[in-house]
Design a protein around this ligand. Structure first.
Ligand SMILES: [Zn+2]
Ligand SMILES: [Zn+2]
Length: 265
C-alpha cells in the first residue's frame, strides 16, 4: 500500500523545518508522496499562520521542490484553509484542507487554559460544541475544500482535562450532524495523529465512535500526521491504519495529482 501524508507544516507557518527538510524526512520515513499544507493567512494571527506577504514565497518553494523531486517523489502543495481566512482557490494549491482553529476569535487548541476560557465565554461546553460544529458545517458550501481537518479538534485536551462530555447527547448530536452534512457534500475526513505526537492524546482525531459512524454512512478517510517537525512526518501511521481497519474502512483516499483516488488499505 502506498502511504501519503497531505497535512504538515513548515517554517512558512508554525512548523519548525523548511519544506525540503520535510520532503527528505518523508522519503526516509517510507512515504510515497508528501503534501505540505500551509496555514492560510489570517489578519493578526501571523504567529501561527503564513502572512499574505510570505504566501508567494511558499508557492515558489513548493514549485521548486516539485520540479527537483519529479519522477522520484511526488511533492504536493496544499493549504490548510481556516474558516477565518479569506477564501482561497485551487490552483495555485493542489488541494485544500478545511479547518476551524478559532471560535468567536478565541483559540480552540492553543492550550487547556484558553480552551477552558473559550467554553466559559460561550456559556458552557455544550453550547461551545454546538457552535463549533455549526461552523464546521459551513465547509459543506465551500467546494474548494476536499478534506476536513481534525474534525473533533475541540477534544484535543480531553484526556488530561475533560472539557467536553463527548457522550452527552447535545455534543454527539452536533458532531454527528456536522459529520453527515460534510460527508454528504463529498468531503474526505482525515485521521489525524498530530495531537498524539504533541503528547496530548493517545488516539487520533476523530474519535473511534465518530469514525465508526462515518463508516456507517459511507464516509471516506485519509491519514495525516499534521507534523510540525520533520521527525513526526509519518507519526502514528501504523496506529491510524489499524484504527481505520477496526472501524471497517478498507481504503484510504489519496491525492494523485489531479484528484483523489482510493488506495487499498
Ligand atoms: Zn489545524
Ligand atoms: Zn495543521
Amino acid at each position: 500500500m502506498k502511504r501519503q501524508n497531505l497535512h504538515c507544516h513548515t517554517s512558512f507557518d508554525d512548523g519548525c523545518d523548511a519544506p525540503e527538510i520535510m520532503v527528505i524526512a518523508a522519503e526516509n520515513a517510507g512515504l510515497d508522496s508528501l503534501g505540505i499544507s500551509l496555514h492560510s493567512p489570517i489578519p493578526g494571527e501571523d504567529a501561527w499562520c503564513c502572512s499574505d506577504a510570505d504566501e508567494p514565497a511558499f508557492l515558489a518553494e513548493m514549485r521548486r521542490l516539485r520540479e527537483k523531486y519529479a519522477g522520484r517523489f511526488n511533492v504536493w502543495c496544499g493549504l490548510e484553509y481556516d474558516l477565518n481566512s479569506d477564501r482561497r482557490s485551487v490552483p495555485p494549491y493542489d488541494y485544500i484542507i478545511g479547518s476551524c482553529h478559532l471560535l468567536s476569535g478565541l483559540p480552540i487548541d492553543y492550550d487547556p487554559e484558553t480552551a477552558a476560557h473559550l467554553i466559559a465565554y460561550h456559556g458552557g461546553s455544550e453550547r461551545a460544541a454546538q457552535l463549533y460544529y455549526e461552523r464546521l458545517c459551513t465547509m459543506a458550501d465551500i467546494p474548494e475544500i476536499s478534506i476536513v481537518g481534525h474534525f473533533d479538534l475541540l477534544t484535543k485536551y480531553n484526556e488530561r482535562v475533560p472539557l467536553y462530555d463527548t457522550a452527552a447527547p447535545v455534543y454527539r448530536d452536533a458532531a454527528v450532524a456536522a459529520m453527515e452534512k460534510l460527508n454528504a457534500a463529498g468531503k474526505i475526513f482525515e485521521i489525524n495523529t498530530g495531537a498524539i505526537s504533541r503528547g496530548w492524546r493517545t488516539t487520533p482525531y476523530p474519535s473511534e465512535e465518530l469514525l465508526q459512524h462515518l463508516k456507517s454512512i459511507g464516509g471516506r478517510v485519509c491519514i495525516s500526521s499534521d507534523a510540525h517537525k520533520a521527525e513526526n512526518i509519518a507519526f502514528g501511521f501504523d496506529q491510524a491504519e489499524a484504527l481505520a481497519l477496526r472501524c471497517g474502512f478498507t481504503e484510504l483516499w489519496q491525492f494523485d495529482g489531479t484528484g483523489f483516488a482510493a488506495e487499498k488499505l
